[in-house]
Write a protein that binds this ligand. Sequence first.
Ligand code: SAM
Length: 470
Amino acid sequence: MITKSQIDTEKLRANAPFFARVLAVNNTEQTLLFTLENLGRLPKGFDGEVFLPLFAHSNPKIRCLAVKNVGKLKDEAFFEAVSSFARAEKNTLSRREAVSAIGRLKTEKAIPVLSQFLTDPDPKIILQAVRGLLCFKEHPEVQQCLTPLCEHPNELLREHVTQALAPVRASESIAHSRRKLPHSISPTFLKNVVVCADVSEALQTIPAESVHLTFTSPPYYNARDYTIFESYEAYLEFLVAVFAETHRITKEGRFLVLNTSPVIVPRISRAHASKRYAIPYDIHPRLTEIGWEFIDDITWVKPDYAAKNRNGGFFQHRKPLGYKANSVTESVMVYRKKTDKLLDWNMRQYDAETIEASRILGDYDKTNVWQINPSADKVHPAVFPVELAVRVIQFYSFKGDLVFDPFGGSGTVGQAAMALERYFLLCEKEAEYVERAMQRLDASLFSPEQPPRSLSLAELNTEERRNHKP
Ligand SMILES: C[S@@+](CC[C@H](N)C(=O)[O-])C[C@H]1O[C@@H](n2cnc3c(N)ncnc32)[C@H](O)[C@@H]1O
C-alpha cells in the first residue's frame, strides 16, 4: 500500500513511471482513490497524461478526481480531452469539475465550450461556466450569452450574473461614497438617544446607512394591551414597513437580529378555540423579500418554570390530539443587509485597535441553542434579558457602533450597548416605558462622552436639520 509521504517524495522526484503504475486504470479503486485524493499541488511539468485513461473509469468519484487533478495543471494541452469529457459526463460532480478545469485555463477558445453549459440542468454547473466566462465579460458574445441568465429561475445564479454584468457607474458611486459617512461612523445626533414616538414616524427622520446593528423584539400580535392591530395581516404589514425602513438606515452588509415567538390569542368563549400565530415563520419570507438575507436561526431556551402551563387538560385526560407543549423557546433570527460584499469587507472597515478591542474572548455559545433565564421588570411587562442583548451585540457589532432598537421598551438594548461601549438608538412610543428606559440608562455605571438623552419626534427632526447644515 502506498503512503502520502511516498506520493510527496515521488512528486518531488518527478517520477513519472511511479505515477503511471499507481494510477494505472486496472489498479484497485482503493489505490486509485488514495493516490488521486493525496496528490495535492502538482509540480510544473507533472505528466497529466496519466489521468486521461481514468476519465473512462466506471467509478464516478475516480473520474471526478482525475479531471480535478488535470484542472490543477492549467495546461491548454488538455483542453480538448477535458471538453469532450465534460460534454459526455453524466455525473454532475464530475461534470462540474470538468467545467471548472476548462474555466481555469482562462483561454478565449473556451468561450464556446463554456457557453454550452449555460443550459445545464444543474445551476452549480452553470455557475461554474459563468465564472469561467466572466474572465471575458468585455466580449460582446459573452455578454450576449450571459444576459438571459439575469432571468434564470435559480436565485443565486440570477443575482450573481446581474451583479457581474451591472454597469459600474463609476462617477456616480464615487460621488455617493464621498457624501456617505465612513462605514464605522454614525451621525452623532443619533448616539445614545431614546426617541419617544411611533417608530414608523421616527424612522423617516433617520438618514440612510446610519446604524450598524438592529436588535429588537417587536410587539407580540395583540398579546398585550400595548399593541392592538385590526388583523394579523395588518400587524405583519406594519412590521414589514418598519423593517424595510430599518433596511434603509442600516449600513451595507450589517445585521438585523429579531427576537419573536408564536403567540396565542385566547379563545373568546369555551365554544371557541384559541388561535396560535406563528410570527417567526410568517415574518421570515417577508424579510427576505425586502432585502434581508437569512443568516442564522438561534433558539433562546428558558428553564421549564418560565413556561406558561398549557398541559392542564391533557395531563388529566391523556387523549391524543389534545397535547399542548409548554413553550420554553423563542426565536432569535439573524439577517444581513444583502450585499455582494463579503463579511471580510465589513471587518476591514475598522482599524486594528477597534477590532482588537471588540474580540469575543473566553468561552462562548458554540451552538444555536442559547440557554438564558428570562427577566422581569417592575414597569415593563415584556422585557428580554440583558444577557441576550449582550450576546447579540457582542457577536454582531464592533465597539463604537450604533445599535438600534425600534421597539425599545424599557431600554434593555441601550443598557447592553452602553456596557459594551457601543452607542444606542431606541424608539418607544409609550412615554411610561421611555421614562423607565431613561432611569435604567442614567443609572448605568458607565459615563459615556455622549450621555443618554430622550427626544420627542419634533426634537429629533430639529437635530436632524441641524445635522444637515454645513
Ligand atoms: C416586546 S416589547 C420590547 C421590550 C424590550 N425589548 C425590553 O427589553 O424592554 C415591544 C415594545 O414596542 C413598543 N411599541 C409597540 N408599537 C410601537 C410603535 N409603533 N412604535 C414604537 N414603539 C412601539 C411597545 O410599547 C413595547 O414597549
